[in-house]
Write a protein that binds this ligand. Sequence first.
Ligand code: ZN
Ligand code: ZN
Length: 141
Amino acid sequence: MAGFTGGCLCGAVRYEVSVDPVRMARCHCDDCRKGSGATFATNVFVPAEAFKVTGEFATYESKTDAGNTMTRAFCPKCGSPVFGYSSAGGGVMRAIRAGSIDDASFVKPSIEVFTKRMLACTVVDPSTQKFEEMPPPPPPR
Ligand SMILES: [Zn+2]
Ligand SMILES: [Zn+2]
């Protein structure tokens, strides 16, 4: 595949990714639920340097339970959530909202986090590795 494109509903914010995702995850935490407008968020993680965004976007910052700053970027015109990033690990990753990807047919999460907050109506994916809360970050390379 090597890369993909996406953007907000109205097209004012667009992005290009030049590599394949490092990780795909579903997050069931309350912040992701509200920030995504869906019953849970599906995030596609890519290195920040491989993510090129064009157009004006707005951001909203919040604190995570672990004390990191989570920044969520959205289109100020149509309101679509587009991507986010955490100050954890130096902010080197971008979490792209899977719903913003043009052809999202490749999306296949391998992990799920904050499953203790999963809504009863959510269909359980038997193929994913599940964590009740946020798992510890992978060791530095
Ligand atoms: Zn828009
Ligand atoms: Zn979350």
